[in-house]
Design a protein around this ligand. Structure first.
Ligand SMILES: [Zn+2]
Ligand SMILES: [Zn+2]
Length: 306
């Protein structure tokens, strides 16, 4: 069965200070012909180049919060796109103050941006459907962190229902009725008899869902929209032995990430946002696996199929 592309490319996995060849947070997503960037830590445009990902095709940038390890790559990336004469509008979904930061940088550095930037502002108080087109939708989820922070849920729109060729022939359904069937409506034959949708169509493949939770302390309540993720990316800044630090800085341990994966019934857990105090990431991986077996380490250059 053909499934349209839904892929996540990891560009950065480091928290706060880059360490051991790990870059600050950023991910590039290809979903059925659309390209999305989530967070944009320092060096993101270099990483896009390194992994041959098309920065000029990004139409949407999602920013979880305004800590530097999630946004310091943005001014560079946005001005480079301008130097490349981008004309297409770019949407940025982010906390409201990001506009002040970027406007100041553009004004004071006399950067003239060649394309329109359209902002959609997030709020950290309740979950919200924030963007939707015919292929996918994006919702925000409030996270618990030192600055206002949201996670993101990216979910495919349901595909059309599949028409069963032999059945539409059997019921002699005219071709102009096929669009109704694909949308789940009943059809009529030439004599005006009602043909029930379920007699002649099959369910489309289930929609796929990617959830991005960074940065956050352990979430006590998680909205329904994040449940049943095919892949949950969850920050794992610390090991459980450093949970005191996690508490102070409002981050998660590997155990917290794994517990969240269980709670939302995720199929797979992808961990990242590692503290620079750990060179050996297997410690974090193995700790998460004690609770949630299907855990994988995010690593620069890795591609995950949702
Ligand atoms: Zn961070
Ligand atoms: Zn942060």
């Amino acid at each position: 069965m053909y499934l349209p592309p839904f892929e996540v490319y990891i560009l950065g996995t480091s928290s706060a200070i880059p360490a051991f060849d790990r870059y600050p947070s950023s991910q590039f997503i290809h979903i059925n012909g659309s390209y999305i960037l989530i967070d944009c830590g320092e060096g993101t445009q270099m990483q896009l180049k390194k992994y041959k990902l098309p920065s000029n095709r990004i139409d949407l940038i999602l920013i979880s919060h305004l800590h530097g390890d999630h946004i310091f790559g943005l001014p560079g990336l946005l001005t480079s796109l301008s130097l490349l004469q981008r004309q297409k509008p770019l949407k940025i979904i982010a906390p409201q103050s990001l506009k002040i930061i970027l406007d100041t940088i553009f004004t004071e550095s006399e950067a003239k941006i060649s394309y329109p930037i359209e902002y959609i502002f997030t709020q950290p108080t309740h979950p919200e459907l924030i963007f939707e087109n015919d292929k996918f939708k994006i919702s925000t989820v409030p996270l618990i962190h030192r600055l206002p922070t949201t996670g993101f849920v990216i979910e495919e729109q349901p595909a059309d229902r599949k028409i069963i060729k032999e059945k539409v022939q059997e019921y002699a359904i005219p071709i102009h009725q096929f669009n109704r069937l694909k949308k789940g409506l009943d059809a009529e034959d030439e004599q005006g008899n009602i043909i029930k949708n379920e007699w002649v169509t099959q369910d489309p493949p289930p929609t796929r869902k990617y959830v991005y939770f960074s940065d956050t302390a352990l979430l006590s309540s998680i909205p329904e929209v994040a449940f049943n993720a095919d892949v949950l990316y969850h920050e794992t800044t610390f090991l459980k032995e450093h949970q005191d630090l996690a508490k102070i800085t409002m981050h998660s341990t590997s155990i917290d990430a794994a517990q969240t994966a269980i709670k939302i019934k995720a199929k797979k857990l992808l961990v990242g946002h590692y503290s620079s105090r750990y060179e050996n990431l297997d410690l974090l991986l193995n700790e998460a696996k004690t609770i949630f077996e299907n855990t994988e380490l995010a690593k620069e250059g890795k591609k995950i199929v949702v």
